[in-house]
Design a protein around this ligand. Structure first.
Ligand code: G6P
Length: 362
């Protein structure tokens, strides 16, 4: 096992560090030097007459779906996200113009598979986005796209989230000419996708997360907030944190904070704020609200960000990409923060208590 971890203390840390290569495997074969998107496994005719996309997924894959959904909506493609555990019993209204996209790293999650069985009872089409060739989801979905992240052993998903988001970004760009609005542009998204592996490499070479993790250990709670693509990243940051530290963490849309969760903030709270470079002034004002109540505010976002830096007690900068992909970089920092915190607490990082890599019961 030590040899398989290649010098890392845990599979999770190894897999966090594999992200530049995993991303390159997802991106390079699908993006030409002229920034055209190619999906060999798909055909534009499969998407004929589709007028909306419904995502189904669980856990980390659900957060990737929320991220992908925003990219589609931003291009004028109507899309929604459902928790597979709900959809499998209470499906959305779907018909022959609906494409249901199941996101599942393992391809074996029972709730997600059951959701596609429900879809197959209708005239809707289905597409699986998975990491595992030959998995159960592939056998029941109409089409399958692979994220090519390589095997993920750590129970807490890391590299597969990044590869799911990269694949969904490419898919959003691929679908824009046929399903999107005539004015939608993919040029910033596509040039940033090409830069993603190198940018993640830069994030991995900064040591800030270890120091920040120390400040999070002795707290009654931690809140993660963000808006836009920063919202699914905040949810994912909190999920990763609770999965491996066994400590309380919750994610919220930044604008939702004042509608209830603010009552939980005390001077002992820590609030991790995800900035993306888009509508940051509103998120700065949300951060100010919690800081004025005594909470410690830790910001993660683009390097060049005067307003966000000023409002935070600590700020971790990531390379500046287009805001739509900035969330992938901030998420890598949040993975590292969760990892270092769990390590300081001596938790079973690769096999957290009560959790399984894939949940095959409903
Ligand atoms: C379990 C795992 C999570 C994972 C979720 C969905 O809950 O512990 O890490 O995100 O299943 O898994 P999937 O294989 O469908 O992406």
């Amino acid at each position: 096992e030590a040899a398989e971890k290649q010098g890392y203390d845990h599979y999770m840390l190894k897999e966090i560090h594999e992200q530049p290569d995993a991303l390159a495997s997802a991106i390079k074969p699908r993006l030409t030097s002229e920034n055209a998107v190619v999906f060999e496994e798909l055909d534009q005719s499969f998407f004929a007459n589709i007028d909306r996309i419904e995502f189904v997924a669980c856990g980390t894959s659900y957060h990737a779906a929320l991220y992908g959904c925003q990219l589609l909506n931003a291009r004028g493609i109507p899309a929604h996200v459902h928790r597979a555990g709900e959809f499998s019993s209470y499906p959305a209204a779907i018909d022959e113009r609906t494409l249901v996209v199941a996101i599942t790293q393992s391809g074996e999650t029972a709730d997600t598979i059951e959701s596609i069985h429900r879809v197959n009872e209708t005239d809707a089409r289905s597409l699986a986005v998975t990491n595992v060739v030959g998995s159960s989801i592939e056998r029941i979905a109409d089409k399958t796209v692979y994220i090519h992240a390589g095997p993920e052993i750590g129970v807490a998903a890391t590299k597969t989230f990044s590869s799911q988001v990269a694949t969904l970004s490419l898919l959003a760009a691929y679908l824009t000419p046929t399903l999107g609005s005539k004015t939608a542009s993919n040029s910033a998204l596509l040039s940033s996708i090409a830069e993603l592996p190198t940018a993640v490499d830069t994030v991995l070479s900064t040591a800030d997360s270890e120091y920040v993790a120390q400040t999070l250990v002795n707290r009654p709670n931690r809140f993660f907030i963000g808006r836009g693509v920063g919202y699914p990243v905040a949810l994912e940051g909190a999920l990763k944190f609770k999965e491996i530290t066994y400590e309380h963490a919750e994610g919220f849309a930044a604008g939702q904070l004042k509608h209830g969760p603010l009552a939980l903030i005390t001077p002992e709270s820590a609030v991790l704020v995800v900035f993306t470079g888009d509508h940051d002034e509103k998120t700065v004002s949300n951060a100010h609200e919690v800081r004025s109540r005594g909470a410690t505010v830790i910001g993660i976002g683009p390097d060049q960000a005067d307003g966000p830096r000023r409002v935070c007690d600590e700020y971790i900068g990531v390379p500046s990409l287009t805001p739509e992909l900035s969330g992938v970089l901030t998420n890598v920092q949040l993975q590292l923060i969760a990892y270092h915190c769990a390590s300081a607490l001596g938790r079973s990082i690769d096999r957290p208590r009560n959790l399984a890599k894939s949940v095959t019961v409903e």
